[in-house]
Design a protein around this ligand. Sequence first.
Ligand SMILES: [Zn+2]
Length: 79
Amino acid sequence: MKKECQKNFEKISEYLDGELGHDECRQIEQHLNDCPECQGCVDALKKTIDLCRKSAQDKIPEDTRKRLRSKLRDCFNKD
Ligand SMILES: [Zn+2]
């Protein structure tokens, strides 16, 4: 995993714990545009970003959080 990707992975994890603001969401999104490796995880990442945008109104359901987290882990752990 590249350093930049690692950073994003950590941020997404924080986000899933409800600790991430909109600026960080945008950073993740921007990284996604520039990084083919993370684009490989695009499904999970995109869902995360979508949730990010909605998070002002809605809490993330627990099962969605679990699913995204394990998906991201699978994704970022394979090389
Ligand atoms: Zn990346």
